[in-house]
Design a protein around this ligand. Structure first.
Ligand code: ATP
Length: 241
């Protein structure tokens, strides 16, 4: 459904994304991993339209997204969360979610039933009237995900959703994301450095290094790939097997 062909992006002399081709399929959870500076967040910014690519093409269900603004892509159902949280601090949980509801409604879509249940699954139900700036860090991360779900997304990209979470919170997040997988047919793209989390959640994984794809496959295939071990996993990594 979402297809990237030969996508590239340079910042001055730094080629952050090089000739990346990949497909995100409906109903599939796809992991994106790689060392710091590999180009993961830049790729998400290119897909969501915060950055424009310097070469390549991007299509959603065969329709070109090239040159389309980030706002228009959101209306088309491309949703994302940010590595550095971007909620509206002075708005309540419910009001933050309403912002996305409004965008979805403008595009003739809605996800009210999904969001109502997501509030429970992501353990935010009791905080719906709290201002975002009163929430704990893990709750803010979960709010970003529920807000993205309110877009009724076709593609949902999560940039380091488990960052800063303890193991218990990470496990709860994994369960909630598995619930999302069962409820929607959106394509999920998940970036994270917690390999245990990624390997257990994702059906397919793409590995970036220095802006380029060095491997793509099942968690087992990528964890056994020599180039991936050399560039990222290292020998004796607990999550490699
Ligand atoms: N706005 C920008 N201007 C200049 N260089 C940038 C910009 N954004 C990213 N870069 C560079 O592009 C490269 C890829 O960065 P990016 O943030 O996409 O990597 P990443 O894989 O998400 O890293 P991390 O795991 O640390 O978040 C890096 O060399 C980074 O310094």
């Amino acid at each position: 459904m979402l297809e990237l062909k030969g996508l590239s992006k340079s910042f001055g002399g730094v080629q952050a994304v090089r000739d990346v081709s990949m497909r995100l399929a409906a109903g599939q959870v796809h992991g994106l991993i790689g060392p710091n500076g590999a180009g993961k967040s830049t790729l998400v910014n290119l897909i969501s339209g915060l950055l424009s690519h310097s070469a390549g093409t991007l299509t959603l269900d065969g329709r070109s997204l090239d040159g389309m603004s980030a706002a228009r892509r959101a209306e088309c159902g491309i949703a994302r969360t940010f590595q550095n949280l971007r909620v509206f601090p002075a708005l309540t949980v419910e009001q933050n979610i309403d912002v996305a509801r409004y965008t979805a409604a403008r595009a003739g879509r809605g996800a009210d039933a999904l969001v109502a249940e997501a509030m429970v699954q992501f353990d935010l139900d009791s905080r719906r009237n709290s201002r975002a700036d009163a929430l704990a860090y893990g709750q803010l991360r979960r709010l970003e995900i529920v807000r993205a779900l309110a877009l009724a997304p076709r593609v949902l990209m999560l940039d380091e959703p488990a960052a800063g979470m303890n193991e218990q919170e990470t496990q709860a997040l994994g369960r909630a994301l598995n619930w999302v997988r069962g409820q929607t047919d959106c394509a999920l793209l998940v970036i994270d450095h917690d390999l245990k989390f990624i390997m257990s959640l994702c059906e397919r994984i793409t590995v970036l290094n220095m802006g380029a794809v060095i491997a793509e496959g099942t968690p087992r295939e990528v964890s056994e790939n020599r180039q991936v071990i050399d560039a990222y996993l290292g020998e004796g990594n607990d999550h490699a097997a």
